[in-house]
Design a binder for this molecule. Structure first.
Ligand SMILES: [Zn+2]
Ligand SMILES: [Zn+2]
Length: 187
């Protein structure tokens, strides 16, 4: 028996891999009824973790914006949904950075109403002020030093055990990056 929570996590894992999974596939994968999958998807959709599409589920990407641009405003690299850092403004305008590295640097020029980081493990958006940042793990991302974000401090710690790096909160990470850009160091 798997718990609802485990099942939902597996659904998210599956969606992270394939972007779209059908309800039938998920039911087979998890050995439960399609009704159960429907209920799980409803819950996940309520939480804003996914978007339901006909016959399947889809991972929630960044909220739709009037000008969907997939290039980072800082470095022009493609924004990957697993790392995206989103600045939201009062006038509904949205600006995206490829990762927390660029996102936090962008704040030196922008003053958004809301900042959203992405949980590296499940792709959910999280208030950037409350996220935990792992700086320079043994993992290559778009930018160097790599910065990835987590909704849960525990997840970040577990990840750190495997990949190293340094855990920081929002303001520590911001200070670190500003210093890193001011005085280039070897990491
Ligand atoms: Zn960037
Ligand atoms: Zn980046």
């Amino acid at each position: 028996m798997t718990t609802t929570h485990q099942r939902q996590q597996k659904i998210l894992d599956c969606l992270k891999k394939d972007d779209v999974c059908t309800i039938l596939d998920l039911a087979e994968l998890l050995s439960v009824s399609t009704m159960t999958i429907h209920r799980d998807l409803d819950k996940l959709a309520e939480q804003g973790a996914i978007v339901k599409v006909h016959g399947g589920a889809m991972l929630r990407l960044a909220a739709p914006s009037s000008n969907p641009s997939s290039a980072c405003l800082m470095c022009q690299q493609n924004v990957r949904s697993q790392l995206a850092f989103v600045l939201q403004f009062d006038n509904d305008e949205q600006k995206q950075a490829c990762c927390p590295h660029c996102g936090l640097m962008m704040l030196n020029m922008q003053d958004p109403a809301l900042m959203l980081a992405t949980d590296f493990l499940n792709g959910n958006k999280v208030n950037a002020l409350q996220a935990t940042y792992l700086i320079n793990p043994a993992l290559k991302t778009c930018c160097s030093p790599a910065v990835i974000s987590f909704a849960s401090n525990e997840d970040a710690q577990r990840f750190q055990q495997g990949f190293g790096g340094e855990l920081m909160n929002f303001s520590e990470a911001r200070v670190f990056l500003n210093n890193a850009h001011a005085i280039p160091k070897n990491y």
